[in-house]
Design a protein around this ligand. Structure first.
Ligand code: ZN
Length: 378
């Protein structure tokens, strides 16, 4: 990964390049900042730059033998640690157990959430949490005791160190306390406050800001060849999180369906058209249960944003231009008198459907409550 392939964050790139030029690279770095800002991509690009045999003024060359191996994430001095899942076949799993799945995902895109990563390695129907288990620490020690194969630096990128338990953290601390000259640890954390403080104090923290709306918009427009308006809408909703922005684009078809359904539901309820509401319920209850639940959560979000719209502070409203246009008229109906009740009713319906309640009954009941709540608000 080259620095130029990392979205935006030009200041951070310059700082990292400067660090190398000034020979001030710490042996344990900690990249933090809000989710979806490209921390992992930045860590990999930095690792490549550190080992590039022929770096240019502000990036890796991309063509030397080291860069070629980094591009495929197979350089022998590049090591990864990340949360994994216990299973029957892997009761003491370590990151390397899943390294091929990891490389496949990172090569596809280094912008992803923990949920996305775990879904790649989780067996169907499995609900286990991801963690960095104690067995990982001996693996780290083993890798560090190997002498550097060919690179200038041995790199250990630890993604989500907050997912280590205390025993693992304490072992890692010992390793960080006795750094070897050629090793660079790059910890990449969403929640540094969940790490043990002794590790925190051993690392040099680099706070990477959220991406700007225009950085995300430009990226989405280039990658998905969508219109400026659509990219702008998705980038605004993304609120600095590139992963979320991509989801907006990819889910836009589903979102459009939800938006249409939401408008219909609100119209029928406001107009007290019980017959239309019943037709709506029958259609919705034929959808897969998971989709019904996604719709209910979409609706909760719309209720929330419409309520916030009444405060006339567009900066804190996260709606696409299309949603915003419609909400200008709808938002006055969602106010102090009913916003909480409506949101609670939707959440309750979601929970009932999650517990296998009869969708038709649950959704019709929700529609009737909505008729009352909307009336109460006006
Ligand atoms: Zn190179």
């Amino acid at each position: 990964m080259l620095f130029q392939e990392v979205v935006g964050q030009e200041d951070v790139k310059s700082r990292l390049v400067r660090m190398v030029k000034d020979n001030r690279v710490s042996h344990s770095l900690l990249f933090t900042g809000p989710e979806g800002n490209g921390k992992l991509a930045m860590a990999i690009a930095f690792a490549q730059y550190l080992n590039c045999l022929n770096p240019t003024e502000n990036d890796s060359c991309g063509t030397c033998s080291s860069c070629k191996k980094f591009a495929k994430l197979v350089h022998p001095d590049l090591h990864f640690v990340f949360p994994v899942i216990k299973s029957n076949s892997a009761s003491n799993p370590v990151s390397d157990t899943f390294i091929s799945e990891w490389r496949a995902l990172v090569n596809e895109t280094p912008y992803f959430s923990l949920t996305k990563w775990l879904s790649q390695i989780r067996k169907e129907g499995d609900n286990k949490q991801g963690a960095i288990f104690t067995s990982e620490s001996s693996e780290i020690i083993k890798k560090l005791s190997l002498k550097t194969f060919e690179g200038k630096h041995k790199i250990m990128i630890i993604w989500m160190p907050e997912k280590m338990n205390e025993a693992t953290s304490n072992k890692l601390l010992k390793i960080l306390e006795e750094p070897s000259q050629s090793t660079v640890f790059i910890l990449v954390s969403n929640k540094p406050d969940e790490m043990i403080s002794t590790i925190l104090s051993r690392t040099q923290q680099l706070k990477i800001p959220a991406l700007s709306q225009s950085e995300i918009q430009g990226y989405l427009q280039d990658k998905y060849q969508i219109s400026e308006d659509e990219a702008e809408g998705a980038a605004k909703v993304a609120n600095g999180n590139l992963v979320y922005g991509e989801e907006q684009v990819l889910m836009s078809e589903e979102n459009q369906f939800f938006f249409d359904k939401f408008i219909q539901m609100m119209r029928h309820s406001y107009g007290r058209k019980v017959g239309d509401l019943l037709t709506w319920v029958e259609e919705m209850s034929r959808q897969p249960r998971e989709l019904q639940r996604n719709f209910l959560n979409y609706a909760i979000n719309m209720i929330r944003e419409n309520y916030i719209m009444n405060f006339k502070q567009p900066d804190i409203v996260y709606l696409t231009p299309q949603q915003m246009e419609w909400s200008k008229k709808f938002s006055p109906f969602i106010n102090d008198k009913n916003a909480l009740t409506i949101a609670d009713d939707f959440a309750l319906a979601d929970s009932h459907i999650g517990q296998n309640g009869n969708s038709k009954v649950v959704l019709f009941d929700l529609g009737l409550k909505l008729i009352i709540s909307i009336k109460e608000g006006n």
